[in-house]
Every structure is written in structure tokens, then in C-alpha cells.
Design a protein around this ligand. Structure first.
Ligand code: D41
Length: 671
């Protein structure tokens, strides 16, 4: 091999490894920026020397040639579908039937898996390389979507064969999905660009996978979980559970919630358990899949025309229901956005009563043609606010009333505007009582300044009486003013004053979160305080300074800079300070003594005793900051084996370099 070939191979190996850490293990060792640099280096190298490019290079995921429609692919073995059971009786019947057929009296061994709501696909690996990927189609013939599947980062282009030698041929079945956050983000972008939004993540995943231009697919963060095999030559598999473990070992992504269970009772428990978890999962599932574990038993049970006798889906209650819209009202949020909300005949959706659903904005109302009096399908998914999915137009009577958002703010009466490039209609009156109230509710809430006793009703009164116009005003309220309010006894007034006083002690990160700076949630607020220590530093930080911080992207950085560029905000901060709000940088006093307090540390090369994540967490725990690039602000660079250009750069800049052992001593792990 030439030097260049070696270099390209090394880069590919590194990138594949980091893909695996990131997409399969969910445990990245390097920052996104660092990953991008590796990728860019490889792209440059392959561009300059096209003869170095290999079909399994990680660069081949991006773009790729444009497809000319989709070629049909005949599956070697059909992709069967699943029978459904909708209740406990049906799943018990499934178990009884299986044991009857097999003549077994004891408990059966089953593999339970979440039933992902995505798109079934088949991936073919020949001698360890991904050669063809297709959709399920009708089960016999699907579409060749190889180019698009290659853009999914969780799909290895080459199997991991460190532990198992590559099978001659392996057909892998799995479900391509789009996560809920990714789905919402995609829809948000489409809405902004005036494109139609997708009704659910499943449609979005299908739409994204079936793009003729793979570059579009590449821009959608699709994911995959593999759950089975078709033909497999050169790989012996005896059970479903063993199959899942083997797929994992080969570097394929397998859902971590799959379990091997014994007996129908454990299947029911698994179903109940996943139903509980459903809301907090980052992707949609619509039930569980139950499979007989042992392949020899599967074979004895056999298949029907379309589905196997040894597997069944056990669905969850629907997340969608139909009901009638009684009225449409408008809510004005913290940033002045007018949100139309449908008030509906209450209905149970997935076990929760729903009587309101967001209609998002005027475009959505128009697109779905939602009218007052309409019968609609409402949906509750994950922890998002219920929404109207579609109108059942066949139930219209002609008495339904179309709806348009008011031109004037329903709360303060100011004109509303729709800013260029935005779908939202806003009340731009910063003093609009609705906005002021929302800002103050948030400021006083639990995770924020936690002002005990300052509930929404009280805030409403304070704002309506003109006693509070911004959050700083809270700290200038007098006892007399409070006592003058309705239902405010002297004792409650004193308690409230004490609670307001106590809130002055909240640390700076809570205050930052409480101020409601766009994109600054609890976690980001903590990250900012950890890095910048005090308000002055943060106020002075440029967008570039902010983006130096691991986890802070351009969006957050810009929003923080904008916030501090606003004179009114500075004025509020000054008045908070004058009132005695402490803005102490850290959650507890001890932090100041932390051994790496304020230090910026860079790790490079392979560490022997930590993963990158562990090292980063350790540094943060000790009050420091782990950065991914060396600059003159770096305090020291810890070098592992085969350090790269960062060690050289540190040397050039005169930054202190230390070994992993020295670092361990420094932080007190070794003596
Ligand atoms: O998560 C899924 N959607 C899923 C689908 C799964 N976990 N397992 C599945 N197993 C099968 C059999 C048992 C037939 C191999 C499936 C599907 N089928 C399936 N997906 C789409 C059609 C059939």
C-alpha cells in the first residue's frame, strides 16, 4: 500500500468506528466538529485521488448518483407480514394455539420487541459489504433504494467482522424510522419553507426513503433497527434471540428494548411496561411484536400465506381518536406568537382525556381546512401537545364555520404581524399582558427561580393591576401593594415577600433559564455558567466564544448574543442586580475549590483508561471544560496513544502537554 492508501484506509477506519460509537452505541467519543473534520479530510483526499475511493467508503453515503426511478427487487425469501392482536384475550389465544400445535404444556420462550412504526426494508450483505437494499413492497417484490439506505448513518456499509467472519450472504430485515424530534424538526422546516408537512413520522420516513435524489434522503436523519434475517449463507442461527445478538455483533443496530421472556405472563408484563415507556421514547411505537424464540419450533409451526404462525403483533390502544370542534380560541405565548387552539368535545386518546388541540398556525388551518363544528381526527403522540391531524369532510353538514386568526392581538388589541419567512403571526407589543404574564409564569416556575406561592392567578392580577411589567418588578413589590390585591391576606403577602426574597439566592444558571432566552433550557443554562462562570463574562462573549463550548451551536450562540445586545434586557438585569439578586455562578459553594475549575482541556489520541465521554465527564465534574480543538486558551492537552495533529498544534502554541498517567495523578485518581 502507498502512504496515501494507508492514510485513506486509516481515516475510513476511524470514521467507521466513530459512526458505530455514535449511531449504534449512542456513545460518541469525539465532538461532531471533530467528526466533520475527519470526514472532510477523507473527502478531500478522495477528491484529489479518485483512485483511492472505495465503494464502502463512508463518504459514499452523501449525495451519490441520482436514481432513475426505482428498480424492482425480488426478495429471495418473502417479507411476511404480521397478524395483529388488539387485546389480552387475543394474545392468550395466540399462546394457547402455539402450545397446542406443538403439543407443549410448559411456558414458551418468546422474544418481545417494540413494534416500530416505520418502513420495513431488507439489506443484503455479500461478503460483508452492503450490496442491495430494498423496501418491503408487497412482500415479494420491493423497490431498490440502495442509494438512499446508504445515507442512513446507522446502516453499516460494511459489517463489523472483528468477532464473526463475514457471511457469504446475509439478508437483514429491519424498520427504517424517523425519530419524533427529527420529525418535528423536519415539519417545522417544511412549514417555514411553505411545503406540506407530514402527518406522522412513518409517512415522513417513507417519504424520505423513497426520494429519487439521495441527497434529500441524506438530509433527513433517518434511523434503523434490525429485527431479523432472510437468507443467510455462512452464518448459523438457531433462535431469534441469538439472531439479534449476532446482528448487534456485526455492527447492525438492534433495538435495545428487545427481551427474551418465558411464558405469556411475561409477554403481558412486557406489553404493559412498554406502554408505560411509550411516551418517553424518542420514536413512535404502536405495539410490541412477540416471536417464538427457537427457530426449530418456528419451522414446526410454519407460515400461512401472508404471515408466520410463530409471531404476532400486540398493538397498543390508538393514539388517534375522532371528536368534534366546538370552538377555536387563540393563545398568546411568551414570544407573542398567536396560536389557534381547537376546543373539542372531550375524548379519551390513548388513555388520556383530551379537550384541546393545537392548530399550530393559520397555514395549518388553511392546509387542513379546519372549521368550527368539524369532526376531526385528533392525535396525541409522545409528550407533545395534542393536535388535529385531519378533518373528516364526509361528516360535514354545511353549517361549519371557517376560521381566520384575528388581525389584532386578542389580549392587548395591538396589530399583529407576520414576519418575513415565518409562519407565526405575532403580537409585537412586548408589553402585551399575555406575553408579560407568560414570561413571569416561567420566571417563577419550579425549575426557574422557584418563587413559592406566585401562581398563575396571582401573576394575572399583578400584571392586570400594572404592578408588574417585567420580571425585575417582582423584586420591587411592597407589602402594601400585595395586601391591596384580591384574596391576599397580610400573612400570605408576607409569605410571598419571603419567597421572593429567597429566590434572590438562586444560582445564575437558574436565572439564565428563568429569563426565557430562546433555546436556553435548563441544561444549556448550566453549560453556559460552567463555561463562563459569571454574567459579565457571558455578556461579553461573542458568538465565536460561545461556539467554542462543547454543546453550544450557532443557534444558541446567536440567541444569547441577541439577548445581551438588547438594551431593555440589560436594564432588567441591572435592576435585578440592584434588588440584590445574587447571580452566584455555581449550584454549591464547593465548586469553587474544584481542581480543574476554569481549566480548558483537550484530549487527543487513544486513551487507555477512559473513553472520551468518561474523560469529558470527569473534567466537567471537576469544574473544567473539555474542548475538541487546541487554541491559545487551552490550559493543557492530554495525549493518549497515537496522538494526532492536536499534540503538534499544542507544541506550536506552547500549550502544556501531559500524559494520561500525569492527568490521572493530577485529578487524584493515582498517587
Ligand atoms: O418493529 C417492527 N415494526 C417489526 C416488524 C418487528 N420488530 N418485527 C417484525 N417481524 C416480522 C416477522 C416476524 C414477519 C419477521 C416486523 C415484521 N415482520 C414486519 N414489518 C413489516 C411487515 C412485517
Amino acid at each position: 500500500m502507498t502512504e496515501l492508501q494507508k492514510k485513506a484506509a486509516h481515516l475510513r477506519e476511524q470514521i467507521n468506528y466513530h459512526n458505530y460509537r455514535y449511531y449504534v452505541l449512542d456513545d460518541p467519543e469525539i465532538s461532531d466538529a471533530e467528526y466533520d473534520r475527519l470526514m472532510r479530510e477523507l473527502i478531500e483526499l478522495e477528491k484529489a485521488h479518485p483512485e483511492l475511493a472505495t465503494p464502502d467508503s463512508p463518504t459514499q453515503r452523501i449525495g451519490g448518483a441520482r436514481l432513475e426511478g426505482f428498480e424492482p427487487v425480488t426478495h429471495t425469501l418473502p417479507l411476511l407480514s404480521l397478524d395483529n392482536s388488539l387485546n389480552e384475550a387475543e394474545i392468550i389465544e395466540f399462546d394457547d394455539r402455539i402450545r397446542r400445535n406443538l403439543g407443549m404444556s410448559g411456558d414458551m420462550e418468546y422474544v418481545c420487541e417494540p413494534k416500530l412504526d416505520g418502513l420495513a426494508v431488507e439489506l443484503v450483505y455479500e461478503n460483508g459489504l452492503l450490496t442491495v437494499a430494498s423496501t418491503r413492497g408487497d412482500g415479494y417484490v420491493g423497490e431498490n433504494v440502495t442509494q438512499n439506505i446508504r445515507t442512513i448513518k446507522g446502516v453499516p456499509l460494511k459489517l463489523l467482522t472483528t468477532f464473526i467472519s463475514p457471511p457469504d450472504r446475509l439478508e437483514v430485515r429491519g424498520e427504517v424510522i424517523l425519530g419524533l424530534r427529527e420529525f418535528q424538526e423536519l415539519n417545522r422546516r417544511r412549514q417555514e419553507e411553505g411545503e406540506p408537512t407530514f402527518a406522522n413520522p412513518r409517512n415522513a420516513a417513507a417519504g424520505s426513503l423513497r426520494q429519487l435524489d439521495p441527497a434529500i434522503t441524506a438530509a433527513r436523519p433517518l434511523d434503523i433497527f434490525c429485527y431479523g434475517v432472510g437468507q443467510h449463507i455462512g452464518l448459523e442461527l438457531k433462535s431469534q434471540w441469538q439472531t439479534l445478538q449476532t446482528l448487534k455483533t456485526l455492527g447492525l443496530k438492534v433495538n435495545p428494548l428487545a427481551r427474551l421472556v418465558r411464558g405469556i405472563k411475561e409477554v403481558k408484563d412486557y406489553h404493559a411496561d412498554l406502554l408505560q415507556q411509550r411516551e418517553s421514547l424518542p420514536y413512535e411505537i404502536d405495539g410490541i411484536v412477540v416471536k417464538v424464540n427457537d427457530f426449530s419450533l418456528q419451522e414446526r409451526l410454519g407460515v400461512k400465506t401472508k404471515s408466520p404462525r410463530w409471531a404476532i403483533a400486540y398493538k397498543f390502544p390508538a393514539q388517534q381518536e375522532t371528536t368534534q370542534i366546538l370552538d377555536i380560541i387563540v393563545q398568546v405565548g411568551r414570544t407573542g406568537v398567536l396560536t389557534p387552539v381547537a376546543v373539542m368535545q372531550p375524548v379519551q386518546v390513548g388513555g388520556v382525556e383530551v379537550s384541546r388541540a393545537t392548530l399550530h398556525n393559520q397555514d395549518e388551518i388553511d392546509r387542513k381546512d379546519v372549521r368550527i363544528g368539524d369532526w376531526v381526527v385528533v392525535q396525541r403522540a409522545g409528550d407533545v401537545i395534542p393536535e388535529v391531524v385531519k378533518v373528516i369532510t364526509t361528516r360535514r353538514t354545511g353549517r361549519e364555520k371557517p376560521y381566520t386568526l384575528p388581525k389584532k392581538c386578542p389580549v392587548c388589541g395591538s396589530e399583529t404581524v407576520r414576519l418575513e419567512g415565518e409562519v407565526a403571526q405575532r403580537c409585537i407589543n412586548l408589553a402585551c399582558p399575555a406575553q408579560v404574564k407568560e414570561r413571569i409564569y416561567h420566571f417563577a416556575s419550579k425549575g426557574a427561580m422557584d418563587i413559592d406561592g406566585l401562581g398563575d392567578k396571582l401573576v394575572d392580577q399583578l400584571v392586570e393591576k400594572g404592578l408588574v411589567k417585567d420580571v425585575a418588578d417582582l423584586y420591587y413589590l411592597t407589602r402594601d401593594e400585595l395586601v391591596s390585591l384580591e384574596r391576599m391576606a397580610e400573612k400570605s403577602a408576607d409569605n410571598l415577600l419571603a419567597a421572593i426574597e429567597a429566590s434572590k439566592k438562586r444560582p445564575l444558571n437558574r436565572l439564565l433559564f428563568a429569563l426565557g432566552i430562546r433555546f436556553v433550557g435548563e441544561h444549556v443554562a448550566r453549560v453556559l455558567v460552567n463555561s463562563f462562570k459569571n454574567l459579565d463574562n457571558l455578556q461579553k462573549a461573542t458568538k465565536e466564544d460561545l461556539m467554542q463550548v462543547y454543546e453550544i451551536g450557532p443557534q444558541v450562540a446567536e440567541s444569547v448574543v441577541d439577548f445581551f445586545a438588547n438594551e431593555e434586557n440589560i436594564c432588567i438585569l441591572e435592576r435585578l442586580k440592584k434588588a440584590g439578586v445574587e447571580m452566584k455562578p455555581l449550584e454549591d459553594e464547593e465548586d469553587a475549590e474544584k481542581i480543574l475549575a476554569g481549566k480548558i482541556i483537550v484530549f487527543t489520541g487513544a486513551l487507555q483508561t477512559f473513553t472520551r465521554k468518561e474523560a469529558r465527564e470527569l473534567v466537567e465534574l471537576l469544574g473544567g471544560r473539555a474542548s475538541s480543538s487546541v487554541s491559545k486558551n487551552t490550559d493543557f492537552v492530554v495525549v493518549g496513544e497515537n496522538p494526532g495533529s492536536k499534540a503538534t498544534r499544542a507544541q506550536e502554541l506552547g500549550v502544556e502537554i501531559m500524559s494520561e498517567n500525569d492527568f490521572r495523578k493530577l485529578v487524584g485518581l493515582d498517587s
